[in-house]
Design a protein around this ligand. Sequence first.
Ligand code: ACM
Length: 262
Amino acid sequence: MRVGFVQNNPVFASVQENLNRIEYLLKGQSADLFVLPELFATGYQFKDMEESRSLAELVPEGVTTSMLTALANKTNSYIIAGLAEIEENQVYNSAVVTGPSGYIGKYRKLHLFDTEKACFQEGNLPLQVFDIAGAKVGVMICFDWRFPETARTLSLMGADLIAHPSSLVLTHCPQAMITRSLENRVFSVTADRVGMENRVEGETLHFMGQSQVIDPNGNILVRASMTDEEVHVVELDLSLARNKFLNPHNHIFNDRRTDLYH
Ligand code: ACM
């Protein structure tokens, strides 16, 4: 399987411009699956729920999901990307899954970070694993990394790969995702953004790039810079993620002592 990420630098609220930029960055690229960052088309730093609601879109009818679906069709690839979603006047920090034949599904971020709690509702959908180009793909968003139960649950559900749209501001995440991959023997694709937003007095956010693909042995297959817009595609051997044995005596799931865990 060929999987890639786009690391972009969105301009806050310039949705059409940011969508055009993704199309430009993907010109000439090919992969079975591309992962894009969290809130890749709106930017990240909303001031309140009113502002996030003003930029939130219906899924799949909205302009962002429609454009992604058209792009997935044109490039014959699957795309997983983060966006602000509205449903019945509730706003969610979501990710959509689209493919060559159309819209497939969505995930709503379970663990909201810091001031996101004032801008979004908590995710209320079950964790889900999607069938994508022969792979089982789980989706989680950014700060979900800090709750290992998220990646573990997706992995126990059979995920070979975790797609992880992000807008990273906490420096430990790229290293922590190595552990998430290692402890579950899954691939992970973190698609982060670069740049800075200072829309709230005294709360400048620096996004740290370093989008990456990690293999089930914890190896960094590719890691992008901290500063530039970049696209990378790598080839994955999914059989690595389907073998949960570390050696003939240790199976990463069967050896868990669920009789003693809380
Ligand atoms: C984050 O969850 N965007 C830090």
